[in-house]
Structure formats: structure tokens, C-alpha cells
Design a protein around this ligand. Structure first.
Ligand SMILES: *[C@@H]1O[C@H](CO)[C@@H](O)[C@H](O)[C@H]1NC(C)=O
Ligand SMILES: *[C@@H]1O[C@H](CO)[C@@H](O)[C@H](O)[C@H]1NC(C)=O
Ligand SMILES: *[C@@H]1O[C@H](CO)[C@@H](O)[C@H](O)[C@H]1NC(C)=O
Ligand SMILES: *[C@@H]1O[C@H](CO)[C@@H](O)[C@H](O)[C@H]1NC(C)=O
Length: 757
């Protein structure tokens, strides 16, 4: 074994010797990679392999690595991984050197040694380090603020030192008014929104040829800018309200609200809530005290901005005072109305009997003045208004409505102004009170006044004394005296005296004795038919007694002397005094009396009437007052209803009415029948008939219509009228079908015209 080893050593020594002399000893120890000098970036890992290359591995010891200070580098203990260690691979006569992360301190000359047949062998390699391009402060997302200067940070280290240049979206940036390239970044002056974009920071190390690029996205932030809005909002008491606040800005701002006077943050105040993302301020159950200035502020990374909003709380008016008042006629009166609300209520007055309110200020030439004022009370406004009325009239009495209005609503309340006045009897009549035969009567007295009057009675200037025949009821404002005038002395002048705080008034009433009327002064026969007669009656003078209420007549056949068997007829005053159902050609005696509340007067004014012979009936009369020449515009195009009163039959019963109607024309102011052939006649065989509807008329045509009554003695004179039918179709509505005259109509019309000419 030893001999072998020596021999091997001898071979190796020879080889080394040969190697030394040929300069090829490295052919025996080789380091991979083979460059003598290797440059490695700091932080990178390095693996070097040292390999002995001989035919006979037995002649070579296992190679070893030495660090730059000449210390052998050990193999790693099992389960550890030091920064630097070696690992043997005997089968391949190799020794591996591992550096897991090289540092600058590890740079230097590393040597691999071994012996070959006792001859030392060595090979070495120089490890150089360099620092690669490293981004120290070069965030890929950076944010600038509009209007300010901003440096896009791109701090880069390398060894050797790098040079840095800049691009924006492919275009080279050079130092200019706006851009300054600093060692650690790109300064942009007065940033604009258009500076938004992606910038490229490029680092180059000329010595190593290393190049690195970093894309930096720059976002330009803008400070919040408040959107235009109404500087004032109105919200309603008791309701909930929302007030918006909006600002533009990048990134979207967050909002906060404070109340200007208290500076309290509304996000933490009860009844208020703030949405800090949308800026919406909501207020629950708004209170009057919520009015005032509010500040909304918006903030983001770029800045802050705020706006002030005036909030008015609308509180509907409440009328809390309106007293009824009282004042005397001709003095001055006033009503005062007080109301609270927000904003200050406007107060007006209206008399309940009028629709329009009084004007603010003077009314009725200054007699009625309305003055109002307002002031703050607590969180609300209080308004008060006074309506003053000078020289009060009785008509000023009444209910006055106070109307308080503001933007929140309105309130109304009534107040009564009582106008006092002294008693009057203006609604009492001066008609005497009548009595007769000791009939009890009431003499009543009603005094109008405010306040109510008390009433006293006098008779013949002395205080009225009650007695069994005189009783006083009521002492005001209504009083009456019941008198039983058993004695003439109780007739006379009764005086009612009414008194209140403002004065007194008196009213005189006469109690007079009543008598039946005197005789009728004069009667004349007026119109007469075969069966009826009417009279003109002149009654007796009335100054002695109560007014005449009626006239009565008794009548009998002449020659019959007994008035007890007479007939009678009574008419109220001023009606037609007609007696009917008399017999033709008879002679009657009439006598007359006047009637008042006491009874009938004596008979007088006798008159004898001779009835005419039987004759045809009287001319009928239209039910309505229509003269025989009237032209009536009918409501219908095809019909017209005639209505008449039954005339006197003149001794023989009416057995028939005859209705006739003809189309007519007015020629030179005269009515002419256009065509006799178109005249129609209808006979109504009834005594009772009082109307007839004429049908089948033409539209827009004039007709003459007549009605005659008939009895066995013949026809009466006709009642007559003219009618113009309505336009249009028979239903009354307009129609395109107008009356087309027949050939006959045209012919007769032409003939008629010919005769007139
Ligand atoms: C005021 O007068 C009116 C009408 O006369 C009456 O209804 C009302 O009760 C009065 N108000 C007061 C407070 O007296
Ligand atoms: C008088 O008036 C009273 C009360 O209205 C009434 O009861 C009485 O009957 C009247 N007397 C006469 C005679 O009218
Ligand atoms: C005044 O008189 C009237 C009528 O009798 C009555 O209804 C009213 O109550 C009286 N008023 C007063 C205040 O007494
Ligand atoms: C009027 O006549 C009726 C009967 O027709 C009779 O009852 C009455 O008493 C008469 N009146 C007078 C005032 O004659």
C-alpha cells in the first residue's frame, strides 16, 4: 500500500514537474466557471467548482477551498446552510464552493488547493462584486396635488453609480420650465390635471451595461371645490329635512357639517346625521331653533374647502291672542291679534261678512287702520297687528277674522268687536193697536241696543200702573202690556222708554177703540157679459177705525124684496170685484158693505144691473200676458203650445174651441197670410180645454195663431198671437235640413208680392 502510494506520488510529482516546466499545472486543478476574474452582483449566489483532472485519482488529494484571507472554507455541518461553505464530490475529484448571497466584503481571491504526489497544486479565481440597480424610493403609484410643485420620487442606487433619465408615455422629458430632473426624482412645477399619467424612470450603469426601468403612475389630486348651490334653504318644523352639500375633487372628498354659531360637529349631535361620503345632512323632527348658518366642509388629500348655508326653519303661524272687545258707537274700537311663527307671520284682518281683507295701513279714508309689527321671541318670531276703527258705526259690529300667514302656512281666528249703542226703536211701526168690545190686546215694545235696554212704560205721561186690566210683561229689551179696555179711559197714548248705559229712547203707541167701517161711498158697474158683471168700489174713509180688509155684496133678482134670500159674494180689498154665474137678460139688485177686523159695516151703495142677452162666448184670453200683435220666438222648430183662460160663456155653454194657424209674412209692417191653403184649423170639442200644442210646424217660419170659443150662439172673437219657430231640426238642435218651400208656397208668395206692388 505504502509502496503504491509512493509510486503514485512519484508519478504525480512528475506530472507536477512536467506541468511546472510546461506551465500547464492548471490542467490538473481546474475551476469552473473558467474566467480568472468573475464579477458578481451583490446578493446573487455563486457556485464555483474546483476539479482535479488526472487519470489516476489516487495520486491527488481532495481539493480544498481557501477564502481571500487563506482560511480553509469548511463544509456545511449537516442541516445547516452557512453563507459560505463547501461540498465535496469525491467521485468526481471535485470540491464545490457555495456562496448563497454574495456581499461586497466577500469579494477577493479564492483559491483551490490540493497535492499530487506530494506536490502542491493550486488554482485561484478573483470574485469581484458590484451593486445592481436598486429602486430605493420609487413608488409605482404616486399622487400629486393640483397647483403645487411635486417631485416624482425615483431614488435608485447602484455601484457604480447609475445615470437616470425620464419619459412620459414614451416621450423623453428634459429639464424645462416645468420639469427639473433631480438625482432622486422628477420635479414638476405647478402640477396640472394633465400631468396625470404614467412616467418612466430609467436607470443605466454604463460600466456594467445594466439598465432598469420603472413605470410610475402619477395621479393628480385636486382639492375639493364646492358646487354652486342656493345659499339658503327652508325646512319645516316637525318634519325631517335633508340638506345636500357637494364638492368636486380628486380623490372624492369626505364631508363634515358644523353649526356656525356653536361650532358643534353635527355628526355627533342628536337628531342630526351626516353622511360623510355624500355630504348629506339630515335633520329629524326639525325644531324652530334649528335655523341659522351651517358650514359644510369637504376634505381630501389635496385640501379642504367649505361653504356656508343659511337654514330657515318654517314654523306655521299660531295665533295665541285675539280678545273680543267692546266699544261704544262713535268712539274708537280696536282688536289686536298676536301670532308666532317663522318667518314672522304677516297678519291681516277680514270682516267675516266680507270676502276681502282690509289693506295693511289705512282703509276707508283712514277711518280703519291696520298696523303691524314683529320681533324675535326665543327661536320664533312674534307678530302683532291692530285693527283700529275710528268713529264706530253700528255696522262695524261683528266678527273679524285675523289671518296670520307665512311660508310655513296660515292660521285664522275670529274675534268679536261689539259696538255698543243707545236704544232705538227703528224697526217698530207706528200702527195703532185696536180694540173693541173690551177685547184684550198686547201693546209690545222691542228696543234695540247693546247692551240690552231696560224698559219702563208710561200712560198719559205717568208711570203705567198695573191693575186687573193692565199687566206689564218683561222689563227689556222686549216688554209688552196686556190691556183689557173695559173702560174708555184705558184707550190712549202708551209710551215705552228704553234705557241703557249709553242713553235712552222712547216710543209712542196708541191704543184706539175700533168700530166697524162706515158705508161704502160709491159703486159703479164696470164690465158686463151675459152672465157676469164687475164693479168699481170706493170704500169708506179709514181714519176712524182699523183698515178695511174686504168688501161684500148681496144681490138678488129685481122684484124679489127679501134680502134674506139673497146671494152674496165677498172679495178681499184690491182684488177684481166680479160676480159670475148670473142669468142673461135678468135684472139684479146689488148692495155693498165694507169689512174690517171688527166686522162688516152697514149696507149701502145700491145698484141695479140688467144682464145682456145670450151671445157667443167672450173672447178667450192668453194665460200669459200676450197681446194680439206680439211676435213670440218659439223654443221649438216644429211646435208651439197655446194656453188660454176659459172666457165667459155669455149664457150658453162653450161646446168647442177652434184653433187655427197660418204661415204669415210681414209686408210693409203688416202681417199677411202667405198662403190660405197652408192654414190649418183644429176643433177641440171640450169646454174644459185650456191648451193645445200645435204640431208639424216648419222651422224658422212665422205663424199667426188664433183660438176662438164657441157656443150655440156662435164663435167668440179670436185670441191671437204670432209665433216664429226656432231654427234647425225638430229636436231643437241645428240641422242642415231647412224648410224647403214647395212650389205652391213660392207661387203664392210671388202673387202676393205682385199685388202689393
Ligand atoms: C268672542 O266672541 C265670539 C262671538 O260673540 C264668541 O263665540 C267667543 O266665545 C268670544 N271669545 C271669547 C274669548 O270671549
Ligand atoms: C199677548 O202676548 C202674549 C205673549 O206673546 C200671549 O201669550 C198672549 O196671548 C197675547 N195676547 C193677546 C191678546 O194677543
Ligand atoms: C239681550 O236680550 C236678548 C233678547 O231678549 C237676549 O237673547 C240676550 O241674551 C240678552 N243679552 C244679555 C247680555 O242679557
Ligand atoms: C152668504 O151666503 C151664504 C150661503 O150662500 C150664507 O150662508 C151666508 O150667511 C151669507 N152671508 C151674508 C153676509 O149674507
Amino acid at each position: 500500500m505504502r509502496a503504491t502510494r509512493v509510486r503514485a506520488t512519484g508519478v504525480a510529482a512528475l506530472a507536477v514537474f512536467l506541468a511546472v516546466i510546461t506551465g500547464c499545472s492548471s490542467q490538473i486543478l481546474r475551476i469552473y466557471p473558467m474566467q480568472k476574474q468573475q464579477t458578481v452582483a451583490v446578493g446573487k449566489s455563486v457556485v464555483l467548482t474546483c476539479q482535479a483532472e488526472t487519470q489516476d485519482p489516487a495520486l491527488v488529494t481532495q481539493p480544498q477551498w481557501k477564502d481571500p484571507k487563506g482560511f480553509v472554507i469548511n463544509e456545511a455541518a449537516p442541516g445547516t446552510r452557512p453563507e459560505i461553505y463547501t461540498e465535496a464530490m469525491p467521485a468526481k475529484q471535485s470540491q464545490l464552493l457555495y456562496i448563497s448571497s454574495i456581499t461586497q466584503a466577500m469579494a477577493g481571491n479564492y483559491t483551490c488547493v490540493a497535492t499530487y504526489t506530494n506536490m502542491p497544486l493550486s488554482a485561484s479565481v478573483v470574485l469581484d462584486t458590484f451593486v445592481a440597480i436598486t429602486w430605493v424610493n420609487a413608488n409605482e403609484n404616486q399622487f400629486a396635488t393640483k397647483g403645487k410643485d411635486f417631485k416624482i420620487m425615483c431614488e435608485v442606487t447602484a455601484e457604480p453609480a447609475p445615470s437616470v433619465d425620464w419619459f412620459k408615455e414614451g416621450t423623453t422629458i428634459v429639464t424645462s420650465d416645468r420639469y427639473v430632473i433631480h438625482a432622486n426624482g422628477l420635479l414638476i412645477k405647478n402640477v396640472e390635471e394633465s400631468d396625470d399619467g404614467t412616467y418612466t424612470c430609467r436607470a443605466v450603469v454604463i460600466q456594467t451595461g445594466e439598465l432598469a426601468e420603472r413605470n410610475i403612475k402619477l395621479e393628480v389630486y385636486t382639492a375639493p371645490e364646492m358646487e354652486e348651490r342656493e345659499p339658503r334653504v327652508e325646512i319645516k318644523e316637525g318634519e325631517s329635512a335633508a340638506i345636500t352639500c357637494k364638492a368636486r375633487g380628486k380623490p372624492p372628498p369626505t364631508y363634515s357639517w358644523i353649526k356656525a354659531n356653536t361650532r358643534e360637529n353635527l355628526a355627533t349631535t342628536s337628531r342630526y346625521s351626516v353622511n360623510d361620503n355624500t355630504g348629506l345632512l339630515t335633520i329629524d323632527r326639525v325644531e324652530a331653533g334649528d335655523y341659522g348658518k351651517y358650514i359644510c366642509s369637504a376634505v381630501n388629500q389635496a385640501g379642504q374647502n367649505e361653504t356656508e348655508i343659511e337654514v330657515e326653519v318654517l314654523v306655521p303661524p299660531k295665533i295665541f291672542e285675539l280678545f273680543n272687545t267692546t266699544a261704544a258707537e262713535k268712539t274708537d274700537g280696536r282688536l289686536e291679534c298676536k301670532a308666532t311663527g317663522r318667518p314672522a307671520p304677516r297678519i291681516s284682518f277680514r270682516k267675516r261678512s266680507n270676502n276681502d281683507p282690509f289693506l295693511n295701513g289705512p282703509n276707508e279714508e283712514g277711518r280703519i287702520i291696520i298696523e303691524s309689527s314683529s320681533r324675535q321671541t326665543g327661536d320664533q318670531m312674534q307678530s302683532s297687528a291692530v285693527i283700529s276703527i275710528a268713529r264706530l258705526n253700528r255696522t262695524d259690529d261683528g266678527l273679524y277674522e285675523c289671518i296670520a300667514e307665512n311660508e310655513g302656512g296660515e292660521a285664522r281666528k275670529n274675534g268679536h268687536l261689539t259696538v255698543q249703542f243707545k236704544p232705538t226703536f227703528e224697526h217698530m211701526s207706528n200702527v195703532p193697536v185696536w180694540s173693541w168690545n173690551s177685547q184684550p190686546v198686547n201693546i209690545s215694545c222691542i228696543a234695540e241696543s247693546i247692551p240690552n235696554a231696560t224698559i219702563k212704560w208710561k200712560f198719559h205721561e205717568y208711570d203705567l200702573i198695573e191693575s186687573p186690566h193692565v199687566k206689564i210683561y218683561g222689563s227689556g229689551p222686549i216688554s209688552y202690556v196686556t190691556v183689557v179696555p173695559v173702560d174708555r179711559n184705558l184707550y190712549g197714548v202708551y209710551k215705552c222708554i228704553a234705557t241703557n248705559t249709553l242713553g235712552e229712547a222712547e216710543h209712542i203707541m196708541q191704543l184706539r177703540e175700533a168700530f166697524p167701517p162706515g158705508p161704502v161711498l160709491q159703486v159703479k158697474q164696470d164690465t158686463i157679459t151675459a152672465t157676469s158683471v164687475s164693479f168699481n168700489i170706493v170704500g169708506p174713509a179709514e181714519d176712524m177705525g182699523p183698515p178695511t180688509l174686504a168688501f161684500t155684496t148681496q144681490y138678488k133678482e129685481n122684484g124679489n124684496f127679501d134680502w134674506n134670500l139673497s146671494m152674496n159674494r165677498t172679495w178681499s180689498v184690491n182684488s177684481p170685484y166680479i160676480v159670475e154665474n148670473l142669468t142673461p137678460m135678468f135684472t139684479y139688485d146689488f148692495r155693498f158693505a165694507a169689512v174690517n177686523q171688527v166686522g162688516a159695516g152697514s149696507w149701502g151703495a145700491p145698484i141695479t144691473v140688467v144682464m145682456p142677452r145670450r151671445s157667443p162666448p167672450e173672447q178667450p184670453k192668453w194665460r200669459e200676458a200676450i197681446s194680439s200683435e206680439s211676435l213670440i220666438h218659439g223654443k221649438f222648430a216644429d211646435r208651439y203650445e197655446l194656453q188660454w183662460k176659459i172666457p165667459a160663456h155669455n149664457g150658453e155653454p162653450i161646446d168647442m174651441y177652434e184653433v187655427n194657424y197660418c204661415p204669415v209674412l210681414k209686408v210693409s209692417g203688416e202681417w199677411r197670410v202667405a198662403s190660405e191653403t197652408q192654414c190649418m184649423v183644429e176643433e177641440l170639442r171640450s169646454y174644459e180645454a185650456i191648451s193645445y200644442e200645435v204640431r208639424g210646424l216648419h222651422p224658422d217660419t212665422r205663424y199667426r195663431m188664433q183660438v176662438r170659443a164657441h157656443n150655440v150662439l156662435g164663435y167668440s172673437l179670436p185670441a191671437q198671437l204670432y209665433v216664429q219657430t226656432a231654427l234647425g231640426n225638430p229636436n231643437g238642435s241645428t240641422s242642415i235640413f231647412q224648410w224647403a218651400p214647395s212650389k205652391m208656397d213660392i207661387l203664392t208668395t210671388l202673387l202676393l208680392l205682385y199685388f202689393i206692388i
